[in-house]
Design a protein around this ligand. Sequence first.
Ligand code: SF4
Length: 508
Amino acid sequence: MAPRYLIETFGCQMNVHDSSRMEEALRARGWEACTSEDDADLIVFNTCSVREKAEHKLRSEVGRLRPIKRARPELIVAVAGCVAQQEGERLLTEIPHIDIVVGPDNLADLPELAEAARLGGLPVARTVFDVESPTFLGADPGPHREGSPVTAFVTTMKGCDERCSFCVVPYTRGPERYRSMQEILEEIARLVAAGVQEVTLLGQTVNSWQPPETTTVKSIAGSAEPRPSFRGEASHFPELLRAIAREIPLLRRLRYTSPHPRHVTPELVAAHAELDVLARHVHLPSQSGSDRLLKRMLRRYTRAELVERSHMLRDSRPGTTLSTDIIVGFPGETEQDFLETLSMIREVGFIAAFGFKFSPRPYTPALKLADDVSEAEKAERLARLFSTVEALQQAHLLTLVGSRANVLVEGTSKPGGTKGRTDGLVPGRDGGPAHMRMMGRSERNEIVHLDLPPGLDGRMLVGRFLDVRIERANAHSLVGALDESTLRSLPALAEPPRQAVRLQVVAG
Ligand code: SF4
């Protein structure tokens, strides 16, 4: 019987993406996925160390396996990702039932390390950055089939050259390394051929992308000259966006995450204005609206610059929306600093925000600053942040009631949206027939739930773009409906999605 693996993923989209690549590498070597720890021969924890809470959770989850490992010594326990990189061999000493520690740049080695462990090899830590010749594990989507994902992430770069004083990422992911334009285009083309409709470009500072030294930018994008950014630095990211739009015209929607405000250039704004494929939404981490704190955080932009660039992006195309990340309780944050953050959020008009309480992380410069905002104050500020953003979000969603949206159907609505069911079935009122509730996203990023007429199987709509009438707004999402004319055309929608992809890319 084939050996079986179970991967538990913590943290950001980058980790979710890395877990998928580890799965592909394991499957290529004959491993099979399983869903229960009892059935697994290999359990991998793909870890996050960006917040203290996530690291604690990882340690408690790995600790929980100790009795299982005692009962089944042949079980292989692996820790991957940022905590693996940060702690390295120390993890093997601290938690002796761990067999493998593997850093983000060494994920392709996991099958080989797991096979060695199965043959009785000693515990091993492999955490070497591939600085000299970076490699990027591309997705292998295979042929289009029912149930294939309709959205996908594509890595464009890894690591980070910023040194934000609160952030451990430069230490766990290493320096910036860029993927060639050709590799990026080829992966997107493969995904589109497999039925993917929407691609999100992924990178720690995705908009600082530059062609690696071996790539001939001139032959692809028509210019070898670095374009000036606000600070006189080069970013070729807008050229990458243009090349994707030009070379893969069948790609329907393109997003990217996460951009750094420092690299929001006039060229990037122009790309938003010109390229229909770009979603009308940008997640722009701002972290604070106080100049004093932005300086302490080493973010390298001022509040005025942040607001100006946000407005430029928002105004690039009508209806463009922005969301952000905010840290509350950074060392030295006063009530006045926090109020400036709230006023910045209102001034920009962010319609969503991920908020985090500051927690000191190893190696970071902020460790030298006193963590002097109490837990109670951090919690109170976080609650005020969320209520400010929710009010903005609710006002935004209400403006959309009665409008139309182009919605990409991603699947059935999740539990909670359908009272705990996972099949998207919503019980009918007063004992009436049940109907399916589907979930999709608008061209901005609003979640749109779609109630279908009873008897209509929504699974045939997955991967389709539908013209939806927005009927009402929930707290964080919209509810839409299909017009009679769209419903009448649904049999035609049952045709399989197009698969042919034109790809002409000059060598990188
Ligand atoms: S830009 Fe700053 S916050 Fe983002 S990954 Fe780099 S160091 Fe961390």
